[in-house]
Design a protein around this ligand. Structure first.
Ligand code: OGA
Ligand code: NI
Length: 403
């Protein structure tokens, strides 16, 4: 195993908000992106004279309220002073658009709306490599429960955690700390498989006692979201999603629970060094800011804001291969949060261990020759041990040299 609406959200209250009018929808990504930026701003200390809400989201009421609001979120945006602050910030910090936020609930609306969302997802994948999703159907209590379970696991005594300690990446469950791999600078983690749940839950921790139930509920829900996203992504690529559905249902899901210390005055700020993930998609939940991404074509790190109730999604190496390079896997890292210790849960989704992933036939032609060799998750496991310390990305090893 790889180591192993109708009203605006609460954050908008007290500001001038208008709901989007007209059929348009063409600019959903940018509209959604603006919404994301504004949410980011509203959580951003620069625009708040007081500190942002006390972020122990898995314990905090603020988080619960936020999730409720986001679950029924309308497409709306702000105008007035907040909007001009947003524009100023965007112009000053990056020439690129902010990270998109996509309302997944719109996928199950009428066909025309669904087609627009699929277009938005495809654009986000092509231009940025990542986006956040809201209205994804994962309940606030399930998300909170998973963060709680992870947090309680990491708070256990060393003896409990050492039961799972291993450097063998083929173990079904594995606990480790930064001391033992080249990419973890300051983190401890627990990694285990999760799909199908009945095959893997037996390996999961018995402590904290609620771990299996809470993490199990979360895993099942996230697997469902991943299937929904893959369906939209494959359609966005012009592929037939039905051909892949069964393989995806049986595919690998593994969870990486990451625990990072608070940034200390003298310490290095990197928690997890720059990398890309091997699978098709990674869906990540973070307790507080710390995830940084390098969108395609950028040479600067961008912090992923914590939008209460949202899930971050990014592209992995195998989707780059499947799409024959149309969607590039996202380079990302985790930095330590100066205010508090941080927890994240990354759920990585791909095909079953021995199932090969190659460039989709429909995306290969004379003008677009096959750019990657086929490979499986097993091949990634074989690649990893000798490359973990030299930061070589798996996808680089798959590129076909046509020079
Ligand atoms: C990972 C990962 C980022 C984070 O586990 O692969 O990239 O914010 N985590 O913890
Ligand atoms: Ni990662």
């Amino acid at each position: 195993m790889a180591t192993a609406g109708d009203h605006c959200p609460s954050q908008a209250k007290g500001t001038e908000a208008i709901c989007r009018l007209g059929p348009g929808g063409q600019d959903l990504v940018h509209l959604d992106a603006r919404l994301g930026l504004l949410r980011g701003l509203l959580l951003d200390p620069i625009f708040n004279s007081q500190k942002p809400p006390l972020y122990h989201p898995w314990r905090s009421k603020v988080f619960v309220q936020g999730v409720e609001d986001v679950q029924g979120m309308p497409d709306c945006y702000l105008r007035g002073s907040m909007a001009s602050q947003a524009v100023q910030l965007r112009q000053s910090s990056s020439s690129r658009p902010p990270l998109p936020v996509i309302n997944l609930g719109r996928l199950s609306k009428d066909p025309a709306t669904r087609a627009l969302v699929i277009q938005d997802i495809a654009r986000a994948c092509r231009e940025q490599g990542c986006f956040q999703v809201v209205n994804h159907g994962v309940s606030k209590s399930v998300m909170k429960g998973a963060l709680e379970a992870a947090s309680e696991f990491f708070e256990l005594s060393p003896e409990h955690k050492e039961l799972f300690a291993s450097t063998d990446i083929r173990r079904p469950i594995r606990y480790d700390t930064s001391s033992r791999d080249g990419i973890s600078k300051a983190r401890s983690f627990l990694k285990h498989y999760a799909n199908p749940l009945e095959d893997w839950v037996q390996y999961w921790p018995m402590h904290p006692p609620s771990y299996r139930q809470k993490m199990g509920e979360y895993a099942v829900e996230i697997q469902r979201v991943s299937m929904q996203l893959m369906d939209a992504i494959l359609q966005g690529l012009g592929l037939r999603p039905l051909c892949m559905q069964e393989k995806l249902e049986k595919g690998v899901q593994f969870l990486a629970l990451n625990n990072y210390p608070q940034l200390s005055h003298r310490g290095d700020k990197i928690g997890l060094a720059s990398h890309s993930d091997y699978g098709f998609l990674t869906i990540l939940l973070q307790s507080s800011p710390g995830l940084e991404v390098m969108p395609h074509g950028d040479d600067a790190w961008k912090s992923v804001p914590v939008i209460p109730g949202a899930l971050h999604v990014h592209i992995g190496d195998h989707l780059e291969v499947l799409s024959n390079g149309q969607f590039k896997s996202l380079v990302h890292r985790a930095v330590l949060n100066p205010d508090e210790a941080r927890i994240s849960i990354a759920s990585i989704h791909g095909l079953a261990k021995d199932e090969k992933v190659c460039c989709a036939d429909e995306l290969v032609d004379e003008e677009n020759p096959e750019m990657y060799r086929e490979s499986s998750f097993q091949d990634f496991l074989d690649f990893l041990p000798s490359n973990i310390n030299n930061y070589k990305r798996f996808v680089e090893s798959l590129k076909i040299n046509r020079a």
